[in-house]
Structure formats: C-alpha cells, structure tokens
Design a protein around this ligand. Structure first.
Ligand SMILES: [Cu+2]
Length: 328
C-alpha cells in the first residue's frame, strides 16, 4: 500500500502524456456505431434581435441547422435562419438603414445574407460568414415592398433548397392607398422541398413538396381567419427556388395587387397574381360570405403537393372549428 500511490501517480502521468502525444486515430464513419452515424446537428430556434434606433434598425439573426417538420411526421434537417423555415418575417420602414449581424452557428458551413430589399455591393456585403463567426453589414432599405431574403453562399441553390430564406417587408413611407380599407393581414411564403440535401434533385427533379410557410399542413389545420365583409391583405413572397407561383384565392377576385409590394405597381381585379421565384406581391381582396376559401397556387400540381391554405370566414371572425367542406 505504501508504494501504491506514487506508482499510480507515475502511471497516470504516463497515460496522460501518451494521450496528449498520441491522439486517438480518427475512426472511419463505417466503423462507428449507428449512434454516431445518425448524429446530426439540430440547434433549437433562436429569436432574432430587432432593435430600432431612430432610422437605424439593428437586426441580429442566426444561420443554424435545425430539424423542421415539412409534412406531418416528415422532418428535414434544414439549413435555416434562426431555426425556422421560412426564417422570421422582418419588418422595417422605407428609408431605414439596416445594421445587420449574421451569427453563423453552423459548425460546418459558411453562410451569408442577401436581402432583396437593399442596395449594396454583393461582393462586399452579402459575403460569407464562416462557421462559429459573425459578420455585420450596413445598407439602406429605400424601396418599399415585400421582398425575399436568402443565403447567398455558393452554391446558392443548395442553400435555398435546404431552407435558408424568408420575407422582409419594407413599409412604404406614405403607406398604401388602401391602408384604411384593410381589416387584417397575413404573410405567406411559398417554397419547395426536394430530397434532403440532394443538389442533383434540386437541379433536375420536381419538388416533393411545395408549401406555404414551410410545411403542407399548418395553414390547413389552423386556417387564416377573417370576418364576413373584411378586406384581407396578404404579403406574399415566392422564394422558389425553382417554381413560379400562380397565386390565387378561390371565391373572390383581387381588389388590388401591388406587384412586389410597391405602392406604384398597383393592379386591379386580378384573378391570379403571377409571382416569379424571387418575387413578391401584396394581394388584397374582400370576403363576402361565410365559409372556407382556399388560397393556393394555380399551378395545380404544386397546390396538390402542399401549396394551399384555408382562409376561414365567419360572422365574427373567430374559428369555430368547422371542417372545410370545399374539395379544392
Ligand atoms: Cu447558407
């Protein structure tokens, strides 16, 4: 016993020294247990920080990897802004300056931010932020409207196909001429899901899902709501990456459509608004009777793949849980 302790200490030191000198060899993936093979990064959503200081809006967002539910029980290990797909809706005013910080929490991949709403040299201000680093960029938002934002890191198709996009609304300084008429408003982002992380599928195959606000079920199970007689405004962005949106509301015509949300781009009486990939619109319409009104892309294959929502119109504007009786 007398000698046990020093001997143990010497042995321990030797083990520590050897461990430092000879790090464990990397184990090839195929030799590791299944536990390690399926270990994927799944970072919980993070609230964006948005703080106004006069006409400067400080925005902090994250790039991160998060599992999102794209269809009931179907999860996608997505590349995201702030852990949701689409990322958070950002709302600023025409004439604001964005002071934008991207924190890249993805341990493996550079990411970046391309706001369609701003004037900036992409080679200086839409540049990559490396894993576990952050970057801050400043640019003015001088054009009113509803815009897409997305990761601009090459290959962009891979980053957008994996979920890195969202909507930024730049409110017009003088508002929209219809502001006083509008009773309620919602945001809809149309996008596509392909085979997970498969750039070949993004390139050459049809999407498996085309969705509103990231999945094919939420806006059917939890309809948007309106009251009989309401004028409803939808801020719509189609982020693609590959499909156009033939945006349509069943059971009404569009009183007004502002293409890309610019108050000067006003059209009247449309049945369907064409929204290209990377485009947007402010769509306004009146609902005159109680019932369920499908909202969809009239590219009907895409509606069948998920890109539809229900607007439930009731006497008091509240949901009383009646199931949809429409077959659309
Ligand atoms: Cu990215």
């Amino acid at each position: 016993m007398k000698y046990a302790k020093p001997a143990f200490l010497v042995l321990s030191c030797l083990v520590i020294i050897l461990a430092v000198w000879y790090p464990s060899p990397a184990i090839p993936a195929e030799e590791t247990g299944s536990e390690q093979e399926v270990a994927v990064v799944n970072q919980p959503p993070v609230e964006p920080v948005i703080r106004r200081d006069g006409q400067t809006v400080h925005i902090e967002m994250t790039a991160q990897v998060t599992n999102v539910e794209i269809s009931e029980g179907v999860f996608y290990n997505a590349w995201t802004f702030n852990g949701t797909v689409p990322g958070p809706v950002i709302r600023v005013k025409e004439g604001d300056t964005l002071d934008f910080t991207l924190k890249n929490m993805d341990p493996d991949m550079p990411h970046s931010m391309d706001f369609h709403a701003v004037h900036a040299a992409p080679s200086k201000k839409f540049i990559d932020v490396m894993p576990n680093e952050q970057g801050t960029f400043s640019y003015p938002a001088t054009t009113p409207g509803v815009f897409m934002y997305h990761c601009g890191t090459s290959p962009v198709l891979l980053h957008v196909g994996n979920g890195m996009y969202g909507m930024i609304i730049v409110e017009p300084k003088a508002g929209y001429e219809s502001d006083a008429e509008i009773d309620r408003e919602y945001t809809i982002v149309q996008s596509e899901w392909y085979r997970e992380h498969d750039e070949e599928a993004f390139m050459n195959e049809p999407p498996e899902y085309v969705v509103f606000n990231g999945d094919d079920f939420t806006l059917k199970e939890h309809p948007l709501l309106a009251k009989v007689g309401d004028q409803v405004r939808l801020y719509v962005a189609n982020v693609g990456p590959n499909e156009v949106s033939s945006f349509h509301v069943v059971g009404t015509t569009m009183d007004r459509v502002y293409i890309d949300g610019n108050p000067k781009n006003l059209m009247f009486g449309l049945q369907t608004a064409m929204i290209p990939a990377g485009g947007g619109a402010v769509v306004e319409f009146t609902v005159t009777e109680e019932g369920d009104y499908p909202i969809l892309t009239h590219q009907l294959k895409d509606a069948n793949k998920g890109a539809s929502a229900i607007l439930r119109v009731t006497a008091d504007g509240k949901d009383h849980g009646e199931p949809s009786t429409m077959s659309h």
